[in-house]
Design a protein around this ligand. Structure first.
Ligand code: NAD
Length: 287
């Protein structure tokens, strides 16, 4: 309470539904720990309110905001500048306000890569199989390709995100040194075949989370091998069905999305404050 005064600078989170988010607790505890005079608040903002909310960042001289579904793509034309990764991914999860100039960043992809590094894992030069091409899968694929992953096989089902998956593959192949390929998730033989030579399998579909908590896209432990990494972007529940199958297969490195959540937040924190988030402290506090 003593932190909040007439000089406190506001940072927002604009999404809907948003009341369940861990981000306000994460950022406000980090501000308090470092004695920084910022406050982070969640705002229930959908597509219809987004233009007004973005204008409010300028009017209220907020330092910036996080953006989540359903606004990650819709916000692009409302901003003044984009980071190269945000431009490639066509998505923004962090806005920084520099004297009225709003720049959009995406920290989900870097958060994913950093969470692997935190575990001592380096996937540069390696092969990734990725399921999903949405708000999480797209920045993960783009950042992995930019950071030097050698090959990415993207599997998606024939739904609204198929076109996005196609775009991601074309962009990676034309703008990075990584070789990307697009596959039908319905082709189970192809999926099994690609997993057999993968160094990392990342599932960014949300299968394994409510209401699909008893489901996994890979049910047979025999599709995995011990030396690979299995990464689920889901973090509630902490151990998904996919993670159980991977552990049954004896996979050495089985990770949920908590580390990614923390690191995407830490990067946004640094963009707003110029200071590193006390990641260890927050990790102990929240996880
Ligand atoms: P999204 O709706 O934008 O994309 C979902 C993707 O999964 C699409 O490609 C879709 O085709 C595919 N998909 C959805 N349901 C499927 C099913 N039943 N079978 C096969 N494919 C299916 O969602 P998103 O924003 O990318 O989020 C996906 C997951 O990632 C969620 O669980 C979310 O909580 C998680 N996430 C985690 C973090 C983190 O920091 N750990 C960050 C962002 C998102």
């Amino acid at each position: 309470m003593e932190r909040i005064d007439g000089h406190t600078i506001l940072i927002g989170l604009m999404a809907t539904p948003i009341r369940h988010s861990m981000s306000p607790t994460m950022h406000n505890n980090a501000f308090a720990k470092l004695g920084l005079n910022y406050a982070y608040l969640a705002f229930e903002v959908g597509n219809d309110q987004l233009a007004d909310a973005v204008q409010a960042i300028r009017t209220l001289e907020m330092r910036g905001s996080n953006v989540s579904m359903p606004n990650k793509q819709k916000i692009l034309p409302l901003l003044d500048k984009l980071s190269p990764a945000a431009e490639m991914a066509g998505a923004v999860n962090t806005v920084v306000n520099d004297n009225g100039v709003l720049t959009g960043y995406t920290t989900d992809g870097t958060g994913f890569m950093k969470s692997l590094a935190d575990e001592g894992l380096d996937i540069r030069g390696k092969k990734m199989v990725l399921t999903g091409a949405g708000g999480a899968g797209t920045p993960i694929a783009i950042q992995a390709a930019l950071d030097g992953v050698k090959e990415i096989a993207i599997f998606n089902r024939q739904d609204a995100q198929w076109q996005q998956a196609k775009k991601n593959v074309e962009m990676i192949n034309s703008q990075t040194n990584c070789h990307a390929s697009l596959h039908h998730l319905e082709d189970r033989d192809d999926f099994k075949h690609e997993l057999a030579t993968a160094d990392i399998y990342c599932d960014s579909t949300g299968v394994g989370m409510k209401p699909l908590e008893d489901m996994t896209l890979v049910e047979d432990p025999g599709w995995f091998h011990k030396d690979m990494i299995v990464f689920d972007t889901v973090y509630a529940p902490r151990e998904t069905k996919l993670m159980k199958v991977a552990k049954e297969a004896g996979v050495k490195h089985v990770l949920n999305g908590l580390g990614m959540m923390l690191e995407q937040g830490a990067e946004a924190f640094k963009l707003w404050t110029g200071v590193a988030m006390p990641v260890e402290y927050i990790h102990q506090l929240l996880f």
